[in-house]
Design a protein around this ligand. Structure first.
Ligand code: ARG
Length: 458
């Protein structure tokens, strides 16, 4: 017997039953569904819509059911379609007819909206905590390696040397904005939809503020049609999660590159790598590769839900049931990615000796040679041309800028003197960039302090 069976004379087709059922995936909502129902039942009692004793019986029954759900002692049925009707059936089995009073002044449309708000609020808070942990790990590593210089790139061609800590902190700030976006998702999810009914509200004297407070929301949806039919707070999460995964994917790509023998700057801990079934020497960076790969499915879920939503007329349409799997899969993708990344960053080893030789045949101090000339009064354009020729000469003679004899410098411009070699030494080059936000040691030390403050205030 269906809960909505009164109007029907024939049985539901079996395939229709399977096709329309969501219990296979929305059973994840079991706990929040029951928590929402407990608040609703309390409100029904407090307003006198049902008797106090009836409300107490409902609350006690729901609490017992919640405990059973938490220890996995409950089974759901496809014939009951979704989590809401499964919970109601289970409650009916336990309490008898009084269970039939729970759905007073409520529709599954506002109920599912409430469930998803409760679920999303928790998941976004966990995501935010995951981001914070990864930021901590980055600050730790930036602190540990303060002073280590790496080549910086544009176009993946050597550009200018930078501090490794500066590079790591770049990800810290990307994650800081991801954290802001996640906090924004939590704010936007803080709106209570119950009371919207199927679409138009209810004739019964409910108390929406009661339910709002009971469930820890601070705002109500002011329009019942909006409350049951929009999913923009889920799109906010999917979009924030997509941007977060994009950042993790870029970081993954760099870890993979840096771990290759060609770079050789980084060693990931064994615990985060896997081997090859054929090649005994292999140690593969599977975790960053998978994070990079799984970024695709998160983008897919964002586009999927945007596409489900476009063109939907107000108010509820069954299409909206399609909001769940993509959101759940995104949560299941993002949370472990953050946990794994945090462990990976915390345990990664920087191959400092290898990095010390990274600049042997390198021209990333060329801008500094030009700046040297500028300081001696040569116009920058002319300096650029002179240094370009010096680079060409060095390439042709198999050396770098520090290896060119003084005569070559002096022949290129009378502005050069023997102090040129000091001016282009690696640490001089890096540490000359102490503008706020720059890669100089002093600037990065200040940046690290600001990053720590940000975390302390978070
Ligand atoms: N399982 C449904 C969903 O996830 C719940 C709401 C169903 N409402 C309805 N009128 N069929 O969207």
């Amino acid at each position: 017997m269906k809960l909505w069976g009164g109007r029907f004379t024939e049985e539901t087709d079996k395939l229709v039953e399977q096709y329309t059922s969501s219990i296979a995936f929305d059973q994840r909502l079991a706990e929040v569904d029951i928590e929402g129902s407990i608040a609703h039942a309390k409100m029904l009692g407090a307003t006198g819509i049902i008797a106090r004793e009836e409300a107490d019986a409902l609350v006690a029954g729901l609490e017992a059911l919640l405990a059973d759900v938490r220890r996995g002692a409950v089974s759901f049925r496809v014939e009951d379609e979704d989590i809401h009707m499964n919970v109601e059936r289970l409650l009916h089995e336990r309490l008898g007819p009084v269970a039939g009073k729970l759905h007073t002044a409520r529709s599954r449309n506002d109920q599912v909206a409430l469930d998803m708000h409760l679920y999303m609020r928790r998941a976004a808070a966990e995501t935010l905590a995951g981001i914070r942990a990864l930021q901590e790990a980055l600050v730790e590593q930036a602190d540990r390696h303060l002073g280590v210089v790496i080549p910086g790139y544009t176009h993946l061609q050597r550009a200018q040397p930078v501090l490794l800590s500066h590079h790591l902190l770049a990800y810290f700030w990307m994650l800081e904005r991801d954290a802001e976006r996640m906090a924004d998702v939590i704010r936007r999810t803080d709106r209570m939809p119950l009371g919207a009914g199927a679409l138009a509200g209810t004739t019964l004297p409910i108390d929406r503020e009661f339910v709002m407070r009971e469930l820890g929301f601070t705002q109500l949806y002011e329009n019942s049609l909006d409350a049951v039919s929009d999913r923009d707070y889920l799109l906010d999460y999917l979009s924030a999660a997509s941007i977060l995964m994009m950042h993790l994917s870029r970081f993954s790509e760099e870890m993979i590159l840096w771990m290759s023998e060609e770079f050789g700057w980084l060693e990931l801990a064994d615990a985060y790598c896997t081997g090859s079934s054929m090649m005994p020497q292999k140690k593969n960076p599977d975790v960053p590769e998978l994070v990079r790969g799984k970024t695709g499915r998160v983008y897919g879920h964002l586009l999927g839900l945007l596409t489900v939503m476009k063109g939907l007329p107000l108010a509820y349409n069954k299409d909206l049931q399609e909001d769940k799997e993509g959101v759940f899969d995104t949560i299941d993708t993002v949370l472990p990615a953050l946990t794994l990344f945090t462990g990976m960053v915390r345990t990664m080893q920087i191959r400092e000796q290898r990095l010390a030789t990274a600049f042997d045949r390198d021209f990333s101090n060329a801008t500094d040679v030009a700046d040297y000339l500028v300081q001696k009064g040569v116009p920058f354009r002319q300096a650029h041309e002179i240094v370009g020729k010096l680079v060409l000469h060095a390439v042709q003679t198999g050396t770098n800028l520090a290896g060119l004899p003084l005569e070559v410098y002096e022949a290129a411009s009378p502005a050069f003197g023997p102090d040129i070699y000091d001016a282009i030494a690696l640490h001089r080059v890096v540490n000359a960039r102490n503008v706020r936000g720059g890669t100089g040691l002093e600037a990065v030390t200040r940046q690290l302090a600001i990053a720590r403050e940000v975390l302390a205030e978070a």
